[in-house]
Design a protein around this ligand. Sequence first.
Ligand code: F6P
Length: 408
Amino acid sequence: MPTFAAAEQKMAFVMVGLPARGKSYIARKLARYLRWRGQETRVFNVGTYRREIVGSQVSHDFFDPDNPEGRKERMRLAELVLKDMLRWLASSGQVGIYDATNSTKERRRWIRETCTAAGVTVVFIETVCDDPHVIDRNLRDTKLHSPDYAGVASEDALIDFKQRIAHYQRAYEPLADDEGRFVKLIDEGTKVVVHNVDGAILSRVVYFLMNLRTKRRPIWLTRHGESLFNVEDRIGGDSGLSPRGHEFARALAGFMQPRRGKEPITVWTSRLQRTIQTASYLAERTTAFRSLDEIDAGECDGMTYTEVRKRYPEQFEARAKDKLNYRYPRGESYNDVIQRLDPIIIEIERHEHPILVVSHQGVLRALYAYLMDTPPADCPHIPMPLHTVLELMPSAYGCTERRFPLSS
Ligand code: F6P
């Protein structure tokens, strides 16, 4: 996929929607995805500025559209944040995500005109949801833990926040066709309306947004058990497991056993023998994906690192200098791996059941970098030892991680 940088087009995604409709969740997920794809992306959250400047514990009256002081103050904050975002976009930034309710046409016109004058393309992302269960879940998952309600009893916080929503509801104007480019995500993406959005990059973003589900379930990542090539310190290839590798594969089956709940566990492997053999002791059926195959070491495939250093000293050095971008002769770079994993990320996002991925060091680093929002340059250096299962549990705005070393 071409990049925004290649197109030299600075972009602003502008969130629109009532409070507790999942805007910040989507903003952060999109930021993580774009950063992972190599775009300098940052979320500018007006609520964060408000908490820093005005203080976190403001009563719902502050958000009343008929309160002139509150309105003025909220506009001042909105201007400050937009200015900061445009300043950042004018320097190193490529994609800004402006996260606020932006609930009136007037506010959005001002944002669009200001951004356009600064040479920044605007795409609105509106989240629409009237399902009281979803709103209630969002409130309990995020708002009750916000600094806005630190030390406030949950029930009082809920009452105040519902009043805040009611204020916004009175002034709210949904996005209309005369407001330029936009994506409307209705009822958690069950229905999606796309208006005036075209081109490879934006289509990719829409595709990502369409597949976002909020279901929380664990994702386990593990490398295959030790392979015969691992024993000899050789990279790549398609060797089978060593006896220790088989031992790990059995231990993995034992590890998964108590983790089986009512929901089936989806198991993915690469198409290489060592991952298929590792998963073969599990009760689940597995699916093998070519995109989960290890980084292609090209002409170096099957060599040891010592042999690579001897036969290709310049290559070895170039890789040590910039492991993210270095591409093996006739092989791949980490960046190439990231690009080819895009469909897997989409599958992970849309999938509602727990997932176990049995793959390889390089590929798992790239998947982990997405899930844990690791800066791209650090991705090729993430520790990913053999015989260790990583359990990643999505939380409100990220993932928590536990590592389980399973055998000797
Ligand atoms: O050594 C095991 C292995 O999976 C190789 O097949 C692969 O080339 C390598 O790890 C990736 O790790 P690194 O990028 O650190 O060389």
